[in-house]
Design a binder for this molecule. Structure first.
Ligand SMILES: CC(C)(COP(=O)(O)OP(=O)(O)OC[C@H]1O[C@@H](n2cnc3c(N)ncnc32)[C@H](O)[C@@H]1OP(=O)(O)O)[C@@H](O)C(=O)NCCC(=O)NCCS
Length: 193
């Protein structure tokens, strides 16, 4: 996929770009990684590590530029979720952050609006894991109320620590879903959700 600039923010304001992982330059990757580190901080539990970055690769990145630097980022990758036994092609959101000195000025919202469009156009459902529910609720995301699992070679395993932290975004192709039913993700290293 080629780099693509939206009409939003042309001129002096923020510029939004959508890029595939394989066209990110080394400089852009370094700048985004530095942004993630600054936004998530140094606490062991919250720190943005290499595995978190791996989770953000393979799909689309939305990058917000302002005053000659990257101030916002979000990524969406394809995952297969199962809800009440139904397989759902899902756009899973990763690595959402705004530079600390630009937080609260709409940058994260701008990035997530474009992510929402990508999900609506290309997936049956959006999903993500977060403790920042209010930020996403404003954009139409809803908390999943049913029990969560991860699918492993040894069968489905409960992920109770993630219950209540998973949010979903319905798309025109989602179809009927009971938000209290079971939801499962494919296994991956690091945080599975
Ligand atoms: C969460 C984050 C991406 C929001 O980006 P932002 O550019 O500051 O957000 P915006 O200015 O576009 O949106 C502001 C709105 O989001 C809400 N919001 C901002 N950060 C929030 C958070 N951590 N939790 C809940 N709501 C949050 C604000 O209250 C505000 O809501 P309002 O419009 O109802 O007043 C940013 O604060 C960040 O990078 N945080 C650290 C990393 C992180 O937590 N990433 C997301 C985890 S999944």
């Amino acid at each position: 996929m080629a780099s693509e600039q939206t009409d939003q923010g042309r001129g002096a304001g923020p510029r939004v770009r959508r890029l595939a992982s394989d066209v990110l330059t080394a400089d852009e990757i370094a700048e985004i990684r530095a942004l993630m580190t600054a936004a998530f901080g140094d606490d062991d539990e919250d720190r943005f590590d290499n595995t978190d970055w791996e989770h953000a690769l393979g799909g689309s990145h939305v990058v917000v530029d302002l005053d000659g630097r990257i101030v916002g980022h979000a990524a969406v990758v394809e995952r297969e979720l199962h809800i009440a036994g139904r397989s759902i092609r899902t756009g899973y959101v990763e690595a959402v952050a705004t530079a600390p000195d630009r937080q609260g000025s709409g940058v994260g919202t701008l990035a997530m609006e474009v992510i929402g469009s990508i999900i609506a156009a290309g997936y049956e459902l959006g999903a993500l894991g977060t403790g920042s529910h209010h930020f996403y609720e404003r954009l139409g995301w809803r908390t999943w109320r049913g029990p969560s699992f991860v699918r492993t070679a040894a069968g489905d395993q409960e992920t109770p620590d993630d219950d209540g932290y998973i949010m979903v975004l319905l798309t025109p192709t989602t179809g009927p879903l009971d938000p209290t039913s079971t939801i499962s993700c494919d296994w991956r290293p690091g945080d599975v959700w």
